[in-house]
Design a protein around this ligand. Structure first.
Ligand code: NAP
Length: 286
């Protein structure tokens, strides 16, 4: 039986543990706080849990699910405990700098990124079936062993996710558009609303906020640490997408200022049909 190790029992690590356990894998968890390990055992998230990385000495595959800055240091600390056949992967939201740092440390490493999440964090946010139907991107490089790829393909299939493969650089550029830019735009939206100078109007806006604001503010209202880590790790691609967005925003401003309604209608028609080309969800009937 494949033994899976998970370091970082939070939203993503805990959710992976729940799903892999339910598929019959033995799951060993390591987290920073003893309290988190106790919760993991109490809630049957993992079979065993410890704050000591030595627990993972018997694992065949290890998912590093810590915050981004802790991923490479965790691999460094883990290496002395592992057999050389063990496969390591990570779930970090940015891939190029992580893959670049870890590849020379461990031959059987493959970067990965499950494209699913919620605005919550920590072990208590872990949930079953978080990854069902969601994209799971693997980012092998030239020397990634075929066996490491095959092992991850099997596990991604077991949690019901949809497998994709691309280079770490392609991943970072693509997710800047569909994940990192939306996060910052959404944060900017919340911040702009909070800047309303008339207190009465702000109070009303808070009361009137419904599904539209809930949807557009969701990703900007999530874990601030994660947003910061992502911005630092994918700075170049985020700046590229933000510059393009600023250009479009200025275009929209100008169109409305000039009352160029025909042009605005054309833009909105393009975005209506363009949105349908992204993701499976947008092509599904409600
Ligand atoms: P999270 O809920 O905060 O979980 C991270 C967990 O890692 C924490 O609960 C913490 O557990 C543990 N931890 C922190 N530092 C550690 C260390 N040095 N050693 C061992 N454990 C440590 O965050 P998350 O949302 O699951 O994100 C984890 C990773 O998934 C990040 O790399 C992120 O980029 C990636 N990711 C996130 C999402 C998302 O939407 N949230 C989606 C895809 C990928 P303790 O309680 O023990 O401190």
């Amino acid at each position: 039986m494949t033994i899976v190790g998970i370091v970082g029992l939070g939203l993503i690590g805990g959710s992976l543990a729940l799903d892999l356990r339910s598929q019959g894998y033995r799951v060993l968890g390591v987290s920073r706080k003893p309290q988190t390990c106790q919760t993991a055992l109490l809630k049957h998230v993992t079979d065993e849990a410890s704050t000591d990385l030595a627990l993972l000495g018997k694992a065949d595959v290890i998912f590093i699910c810590t915050p981004i800055p802790a991923i490479a240091p965790t691999v460094r600390a883990l290496v002395p405990h592992l057999s050389s056949a063990a496969v390591i992967t990570d779930v970090g939201s940015v891939k190029a700098p992580i893959v670049e740092e870890i590849t020379p440390l461990w031959e059987n490493f493959i970067g990965g990124h499950p494209m699913a999440g919620t605005e919550a964090q920590g072990i208590n946010a872990a949930q079953r079936d978080l990854f069902v139907g969601a994209p799971y991107v693997l980012t092998p490089v030239e020397n990634t062993p075929a066996r490491a790829i095959a092992v991850l393909e099997e596990l991604v299939g077991a949690i019901g996710a949809k497998l994709y493969s691309c280079s770490p650089q392609q991943h970072d550029r693509a997710v800047a558009w569909i994940s990192h830019l939306p996060l910052l735009v959404s944060a900017g939206l919340i911040d702009s609303c909070l800047g309303e100078e008339d207190g009465e109007v702000l109070k009303l806006a808070r009361c009137f906020a419904s599904s539209g604001f809930r949807d557009t503010s969701r990703v900007g209202g999530g874990n601030p640490e994660l947003g910061l880590e992502i911005a630092r790790a994918n700075r170049e691609e985020i700046l590229r997408s933000l510059a393009r967005y600023r250009q479009h925003l200025e275009g929209l401003f100008e169109v409305i200022e000039k009352e160029d309604w025909q042009n605005l209608e054309m833009i909105l028609q393009q975005t209506e049909s363009g949105r349908k080309t992204f993701g499976n969800w947008s092509r599904q009937k409600p």
